[in-house]
Design a protein around this ligand. Structure first.
Ligand SMILES: [Zn+2]
Length: 282
């Protein structure tokens, strides 16, 4: 749900780099014969993605023209993702686009692979379309699987075309326990239209972001105990509250909807925690 700058890499050239490696003459000629159809599909994709309407594109797993879907997918697996082939340069260029090497689907994991926004098996015509390929962590890539948009209230956010992080939709609450536990969820009251909030919730659930963020927050909760005890011993509850507020503010400014921003907001909002709920948690 985090935005990534749209790559300016030519779809036709990438397609040619892949198709040019096909040794079977008949297949190579059939592939060249569908080039224009693939590029027309590609232009449609850009138009729909600009409007957040990828769900209106038809799946075409059987293929394009006289080229089977499986052969189009091989353009990616054999002639783009493999090391040493010309189009691997495009693969590598796309992989380094997300800022700080951070997965734009979860905002947490490192980029380890490329994800097909519209899955390659269902939309093989977009197998090697650069704008359909986004750097992703392995976890999100696996959990997303072959998820494809079915309507305006469904579908993953396209990091090159959409930004779901202009409002604070990620919220957390603190469960009093030893140590404290943070539960994460999507804030229903946030100023987003119904379709957008439904998509945020779908992506949050599919990628199991609540569980992921709770797990990483558990480490942070333990890490900060010593510092909070020092602050508490000098400035009491109000000192702890102010410290946590400042932490949340700084993290919101750096990365809205980061798990840390939501965590510190929730810790600051918990009177139980600020009054010393953290003592002995380290
Ligand atoms: Zn991820």
């Amino acid at each position: 749900m985090w935005a990534v700058e749209l790559p300016e890499i030519d779809t036709g050239e990438t397609f040619d780099d892949c198709a040019g490696l096909i040794r079977n003459t008949a297949l190579r000629e059939r592939m060249q014969a569908v080039r224009e159809a693939i590029l027309t599909h590609s232009d449609n994709y850009d138009d729909r993605a600009d409007l957040g309407e990828l769900h209106l594109l038809m799946a075409h797993e059987a293929g394009v023209g006289d080229v089977d879907g499986v052969d189009l997918v091989k353009n990616y697996t054999l002639r783009m993702a493999r090391k040493g082939v010309p189009a691997r340069a495009v693969y590598d260029a796309l992989k380094i686009l997300p800022s700080n090497n951070r997965c734009p689907f979860c905002g947490y994991g490192p980029v380890e692979t490329l994800d097909h926004i519209l899955p390659k098996r269902l939309y093989p015509g977009f197998s090697v379309k650069p704008a359909n390929l986004v750097g992703s962590c392995d976890r999100c890539n696996k959990l997303k699987g072959e998820s494809a948009p079915t309507g305006p209230a469904d579908g993953f956010f396209h990091p090159y075309f959409e930004d779901a992080c202009h409002v604070d939709w990620l919220a957390a609450e603190i469960v009093p326990s030893a140590p404290a536990v943070a539960l994460f969820g999507v804030d229903d009251a946030v100023a987003l239209d119904a379709n957008t909030i439904a998509r945020v919730k779908m992506q949050f659930a599919t990628l199991e972001l609540g569980r992921l963020y709770s797990d990483v927050a558990a480490d942070e909760i333990v890490d900060i105990v010593g510092l909070l005890e020092d602050i508490f011993n000098v400035d009491g509850r109000d000192g702890v509250h102010q410290h946590l507020r400042r932490q949340a503010h700084s993290r919101r400014a750096a990365n809205r909807n980061s798990w840390r921003a939501a965590l510190y907001d929730a810790l600051a909002a918990s009177d139980w925690y600020c009054k010393g709920g953290f003592i002995g948690n380290g």
